[in-house]
Structure formats: structure tokens, C-alpha cells
Design a protein around this ligand. Structure first.
Ligand SMILES: Nc1ncnc2c1ncn2[C@@H]1O[C@H](COP(=O)(O)OP(=O)(O)O)[C@@H](O)[C@H]1O
Ligand SMILES: [Mg+2]
Length: 415
């Protein structure tokens, strides 16, 4: 930057000098008439005074007649008084004065040599200064325009491509701006989607409840038969509200509650026992392999929720007679818990999306969930400084991999 500014100022000076040289070459900048005539007048007056003194008035007049043709703009006049400085002679023999009859009002001619360089310098540097300030402030104006667009709600605004500068710091600022704008846009879109999904999820059970109430009003005798279905919808609404509140609490980054040293394997074994009980109807079994203890510090309730969601998903997506395999191991300071099933898996493009709220890849799937389980698991594990990732298995099935730091204090949850 500094080199460019220096080069710019140096070029401005060079240009001024160049223009001035050109002007002096094409214009007459010799001494103006006024200066020349004053010098000429002094010489002629001295010469005539000398001749007047030595040879008298006639000799002076004769001399003037000889040289008058060479000085057409001068006239020798006889004066009655001899008081002024420029008048020579004596009252007895006559007084004379040399008069200049040319124009002395050549202002431009007088000003030109003195002011021309200044004028040129001022004009050139003003023009260059305008360019320089425009050039220096251009990227700042681009950023400011981008900020105004964001403030006006155009969250898809990106400025890096439109930033008219090659300055590295400004380019970095442009990149940071785009990252921030992208994050804002994602947050805003996520929030809008969440509102839409929540209202959508609430609307269906509410509509069913309203229909049931309508039916009971028309035919009160059906109340008993509809009560079970209504209870199911109320339970579903209750569950939905609970899940939303849990997710909101986790995403707000609220404290995890009670943190204690626990053996994750105890939690997992309980969940596996329940899952095996549930899986009997479809002949699906869940088994554990790996380390005999998975000790860590954390919130047992949150970790239970996260593991239960993942194992239940594996169970509900497993085919008839399938097996869900849960493995646990220690890797350095971290615990790894993997849950593998032999279900249909998830399309590659959706592997990351399944951790977002209300995302259900296959709406027709046997899971009757609302799509919040993995989002809650993700946030719960994240608040423990852990991660959860998904990948498909060969030939089919899904593998969910949970990583948790053994010691919560050393864990650094990513922003
Ligand atoms: N083990 C799995 N096999 C195949 N798809 C899965 C599995 N686990 C999760 N998914 C997909 O991810 C979506 C989100 O899961 P989740 O957040 O637990 O919501 P849900 O309430 O539907 O269980 C599910 O609807 C399903 O499409
Ligand atoms: Mg689920």
C-alpha cells in the first residue's frame, strides 16, 4: 500500500513538471514587456540626459530624431516644469521627458512566469488527489455498501468478489465479511425453517384433536373410542414441546446441569436392554462389544438422551431379524462409541443434514419420530466437547460415531 501511495504522489509531481516543461516550450515566457520597457526607458533617458548636459538641448533633440525610428513606442516631449525625476534639462534651455506610449497592462504576461508552475501544480495535484482518495476509499465504500445491504435484510450479500482492491488486509476483511454474512444467513434460514417445521408438526395433531372433538359433539357415544387416539395426539404434542424446549436450551448454550463422573457403559447397557426388549417384536437384537468401562465426566441425563436417540434410531431402521452393533473403546483422551445397523442408511448428501432439527430423510420410514432426536444428540454431545458423525456402511446400513472427551475440563467445544 505504502509503495503505491508513494508511487502515486511521485507520479503526480513528475506529471506537473512534465506539463510545465511542455508549457514553457510552447508559450513565450520571456520577461514581460513592462520589465523590458522600464529598462529601455532608463537607458534612453540616461543617454539623452548625458547628451543634453554635454552638448545642449539641440544636440539631445537631434540625437532623438536619429534614434526615434528604432524606438517607435517612445516620444520625446518638451515639458514646462523640470521638477519630476524622469524629466531632464534646465528651465532656461527647456525640459524634456521621454514618454512610453505602448500598453503596460499585460497582466497575464507579468503573472505567467511566476504563477504558471503553481497553477499547473495545483491543478494536477488536485486531480491526482481526487483519484488517490477515490482509490483509497473505494474498498471501504464497498464494505460499507455490503453492511448496508445486510442491515436492509439482504443476507445473501457477499462482497469478496466485488471488492475493488488487491490489498491483502482488505481482502481478508472481505473474506471475514462473507463468512459472517453466510453464518447470519444460515442462522436466519434455520430459524425460519424451525418456525415453519414447529407449526407444521403442531398443526397435524391439533387438527386431529379438533376433528375428534367435532365427532364427539355430534356423537357423544364415540368419546370412549376416540379417547385413546386423542391421548396419543396429546402425548405427541407434549413430547414435541419437551423436545423443542430441550433443543432450545442446549442451543442457547445453557449450563449442562449436574456434571459427574459416570461410566457411559452403564447408561448404554440400560438402553440396550430396553432396545432388545422392544426389538423382540421384529426379531431385532442389539449387542455391545468393546471396552469394559467407559468412564467420563458429564451430565448423565443428556448423555443418556443422546445415546438413546442414536440406538433407538438404529433399532427402528433395522430390517426384520437385523442386528444393531454397539462398540465402545478408548482412544487417547477420548471415548469412541459407535452404533452400526444394517438398515437402508442415508443418502450421502443427507449425512450432515440429519443432525439438523426436523430433518427426516425418509418421511415414510418406520420411525414415528419428529426429527429432533439427532439434533438434540448433536447439541448434547457438543456441549460435552464431543462430536457425532454419520457414514454409510457396506453393503448397507448406517454407522453413527460418537466421540467424547474423557475429561470434560480439557474439552473445548467448538464455537
Ligand atoms: N440408523 C439410521 N438409519 C437410517 N436413517 C436414519 C438412522 N438414524 C437416523 N436416520 C435418519 O435421520 C433422520 C433424523 O433422525 P432423528 O433426528 O432421530 O429423527 P427421528 O425423530 O425421525 O428419529 C431420521 O428421520 C432418519 O431419516
Ligand atoms: Mg430419532
Amino acid at each position: 500500500m505504502i509503495v503505491r501511495v508513494f508511487a502515486f504522489i511521485w507520479c503526480a509531481n513528475l506529471l506537473s513538471l512534465l506539463l510545465f516543461s511542455m508549457v514553457t516550450y510552447f508559450l513565450d515566457l520571456t520577461l514581460p514587456e513592462d520589465f523590458r520597457h522600464k529598462a529601455e526607458m532608463a537607458i534612453l533617458t540616461d543617454e539623452l540626459t548625458l547628451v543634453y548636459k554635454n552638448n545642449g538641448a539641440d544636440a539631445a533633440r537631434a540625437l532623438w530624431q536619429q534614434i526615434a525610428d528604432a524606438h517607435p513606442k517612445y516620444a520625446l516631449t518638451a515639458e514646462t516644469t523640470c521638477s519630476k525625476n524622469s524629466i531632464f534639462g534646465t528651465p532656461e534651455d527647456g525640459c524634456f521627458q521621454l514618454i512610453y506610449s505602448g500598453s503596460t497592462d499585460d497582466t497575464m504576461a507579468i503573472l505567467r512566469p511566476a504563477t504558471m508552475p503553481m497553477l499547473l501544480g495545483a491543478v494536477v495535484s488536485a486531480v491526482m488527489a481526487i483519484f488517490l482518495s477515490q482509490w483509497l476509499t473505494r474498498p471501504i465504500r464497498d464494505v460499507s455498501r455490503g453492511l448496508k445491504a445486510i442491515a436492509a435484510g439482504h443476507l445473501d450479500t457477499r462482497i469478496l468478489g466485488r471488492l475493488r482492491t488487491s490489498n491483502r488486509e482488505m481482502q481478508d476483511l472481505g473474506k471475514d465479511f462473507d463468512v459472517a454474512a453466510e453464518r447470519l444467513q444460515a442462522l436466519s434460514e434455520g430459524r425460519n425453517r424451525l418456525f415453519h417445521d414447529i407449526s407444521h408438526e403442531i398443526r397435524s395433531p391439533l387438527a386431529r384433536l379438533r376433528a375428534a372433538v367435532g365427532l364427539i359433539e355430534v356423537n357423544p357415544g364415540r368419546g370412549a373410542s376416540l379417547a385413546g387416539r386423542m391421548e396419543g395426539d396429546i402425548a405427541r404434542l407434549d413430547h414435541l414441546v419437551n423436545e423443542i424446549l430441550t433443543l432450545a436450551r442446549l442451543e442457547r448454550g445453557e449450563t449442562m446441569g449436574e456434571v459427574q463422573r459416570i461410566d457411559l457403559l452403564d447408561l448404554v447397557e440400560n438402553i440396550i436392554a430396553d432396545a432388545n426388549f422392544e426389538g423382540r417384536t421384529r426379531d431385532v437384537s442389539v449387542r455391545y462389544e468393546g471396552a469394559n468401562t467407559l468412564e467420563l465426566r458429564g451430565n448423565p441425563e443428556l448423555l443418556h438422551r443422546a445415546c438413546e436417540n442414536v440406538i433407538r434410531n438404529a433399532l427402528s431402521h433395522s430390517p426384520q431379524g437385523g442386528t444393531v452393533c454397539v462398540t465402545g473403546r478408548l482412544a487417547g483422551d477420548a471415548l469412541i462409541l459407535e452404533v452400526a445397523d444394517s438398515g437402508p442408511g442415508v443418502p450421502e448428501a443427507d449425512l450432515k443434514n440429519i443432525f439438523m432439527p426436523f430433518v427426516r430423510v425418509d418421511e415414510e420410514s418406520p420411525s414415528q419420530g419428529i426429527g429432533l432426536g439427532l439434533a438434540i444428540a448433536y447439541s448434547a454431545l457438543h456441549s460435552h466437547g464431543g462430536t457425532i458423525t454419520a457414514r454409510n456402511r457396506e453393503p448397507h446400513g448406517l454407522l453413527l460415531s460418537i466421540m467424547l472427551p474423557a475429561d470434560l475440563e480439557t474439552a473445548r467445544p467448538e464455537a
